[in-house]
Write a new protein. Sequence first.
Length: 516
Amino acid sequence: MLQKKSAQRLTALTLSAVLAASVAACSSGQSQTANSSAPSAASASPAATEKPKPELKVLSVWQKEDYNTYPLAKDIEDKTGYKVKYDMLPQDKPQDKLNLLIASGEAYDVVTTGGGSDMKALYSDYAKKGALVDLGPLIDQYGPNIKASISAETWEAAKVDGKIYAIPTLALDNIGLNLLIRVDWLEKLNLKMPTTLDEFTAVLQAFKEKDPAGTGDTIPLTAVASAPFVENISGAFGLPNTWNVKDGKIVSRPLDPNYKDYAAYMEGLYKQGLLDKEFVVNKDGNAKEKFTSGKAGVLSVGWYDIPTIADALTKNNPNAKYAYIPALKGKDGAVGLGSPGGGFDRISYIPKSSKNPEETVKWMNAKLEKDMFKLIAIGEEGKHYTFKDNAYTPILPLFNDERNQAVNFLTGIDEQNYPIYWQARVRKDPRLFAGFEELNVKQTAKVSSPLGMAPYLPEFSKTNQTLNTLINDQTIKYIAGADSLANLDSFLAKYKSSGGDAATKELNDWYATVKK
């Protein structure tokens, strides 16, 4: 352990030193290049000053297909005039390779990573150490499409020390999960679809007592240990997201007074046999199998899993019917289905080691021209998609073959139109779109996370994963009766001292600057 920590310190010191040297060298090299390449007034002419476009070198996220042979790469080259050599980060531990490449001054023109907290932390670190190009002046000069496509709120979340060092690709703010219920069981027992928490509890009790599965041991509700905050149920307690806004402040679930009520309710379901007795050991596959095999009546399912669930369910019971439960109303009318609140799907930045920062911005700007962006996102009308009744529908299999990986070629999005274009992807299967539409078009109870557009926050990022694990593990203990809610104060003290207090302060200091 001591050797590992020493190695980590050495790596960090080496990275900082090499970054500093690399930045200095690059700055000097760029200055010399600029001075030596400037034509004199006497020799300048249109023919002489019009330089051929350089080949760009891009490092992007991992994908199964080779970027360089994927059909979209050729489309982008033909339309923008820029030839691009693509490399990709490894699927596992991409940050390790990225650190080495940035530290060594590898001459990539643009680096695109995921937009999660770990990569946001690296991006912020690189920017603070001077390893990235300040894009603000370049975007002002060469990026009119970039400026027109990305909102002020998105730019603000991407800034480091007030400057723009990356072009963010905004993630879509969609509800992903909700409770799926066996509608044919409701009909069999002459029950209505529940709309309140009390009605939901009554349905679970009826499933247990009247055994619609016919097994003698119907599982009313199944869930997984990795997600003790069950979608929809947690919303009925005012806890739809990991952090929620209460009385103008951002509050984490355990620090919300409703947390105790939620844990007590779930503990009650478990004790009564209304929640799967194997909940604490269930994996995702176990829970889904129990639902599709006809053993369980309710399960939290993402709309993206609907076709797989439907196929398995129909195979086991051709007469089975299912539907999403409406957002349940709890005490005092609390209701909500959580969503991520946007955030970043990708981050694209230009290292100081780039030989072509201006041309790179021009290339990214060209990709965000309206028609060009549409071509990248969903292809050509009549070839990759059809447009009818204001809906984009993919033409299969070509859409899958040539646009399935389109997101990995994006460096920023047309924020106004992309959510519409993107729906072509969920129209590949009517059942898939029906699930998406139910949660994100017909549903009115979406509650977006207040952290979706938060910038990199060091205290929060440092402890977020550890705190989430602490919360989930303790909540499972309360639900399964392995610990008593009478000891809640002891847990909250541990949570606060483990970084909860520091994270809460930092988040609210930021939130005070952006809330309306």
